[in-house]
Write a protein that binds this ligand. Structure first.
Ligand SMILES: NC(=O)c1ccc[n+]([C@@H]2O[C@H](COP(=O)([O-])OP(=O)(O)OC[C@H]3O[C@@H](n4cnc5c(N)ncnc54)[C@H](OP(=O)(O)O)[C@@H]3O)[C@@H](O)[C@H]2O)c1
Length: 169
């Protein structure tokens, strides 16, 4: 099974503020949906709770919420007390590609522990104020491919580039 990570990151590594997203980019959201649909997604408890109630669990995907709380419940979700246990559940159930969907603590932990094979990163080509960040990573360890380039328009107000990074060592 491939373990993938998917994230949208500003030029200054910001990914969120006040437990929410900062930018509204429907085209990137459509990419997120198409990429993760029918797969296992693994989310930190805070990121999960930041999703508006009417949109969660994210539909047509198996949602696994990672928390250290022993009695945590989220209707329609699997709950695991570690990231490795979440990945193992997806693998055991025959998944071919599972997705780490954030937030900051979870991204940090999976990169530190070398759990990720590939990353889909939307680079939002602006700087933003925020309180949650994507970690710096060693670009020499990843082969990158550009999947999509978007110039700002009426509906998507920032330039962005979506790249896929595959680990090379
Ligand atoms: N731009 C993007 O693509 C993107 C994507 C996702 C999220 N975000 C943003 O990121 C922010 C949320 O990120 P965050 O860093 O605050 O929180 P988070 O990573 O979503 O969740 C943190 C929580 O996950 C649990 N957790 C963390 N590490 C764990 C481990 N090793 N084992 C078990 N459980 C663990 C803990 O839950 P308990 O406290 O319950 O124990 C912890 O409080 C929001 O602003 C959100 O909008 C942005």
């Amino acid at each position: 099974m491939i373990v993938s990570l998917i994230v949208a990151v500003a030029n200054n590594n910001v990914i969120g503020k006040d437990n929410g997203l900062i930018w509204h980019l429907p085209k990137d959201m459509a990419f997120f949906k198409a990429t993760t649909l029918n797969h296992y997604i693994i989310t930190g408890r805070k990121n999960y709770e930041s999703i508006p109630e009417k949109y969660r669990p994210l539909k047509d995907r198996t949602n696994i919420v990672v928390t250290r709380k022993k009695d945590y419940k989220a209707i329609g979700c699997e709950i695991k007390n570690s990231i490795v246990a979440a990945i193992d559940l997806a693998r055991k159930n025959g998944e071919t590609e599972c997705f780490i969907i954030g937030g900051g603590q979870i991204y940090q932990a999976v990169l530190e522990n070398n759990l990720v094979d590939q990353m889909y990163i939307t680079h939002v080509l602006e700087e933003f104020e925020g309180d949650t960040f994507f970690p710096d990573f060693d670009t020499t360890k990843w082969d990158e491919e550009t999947l999509l380039t978007h110039l700002k328009d009426e509906k998507n107000k920032f330039n962005f580039v979506i790249k896929k990074y595959k680990k090379n060592k």
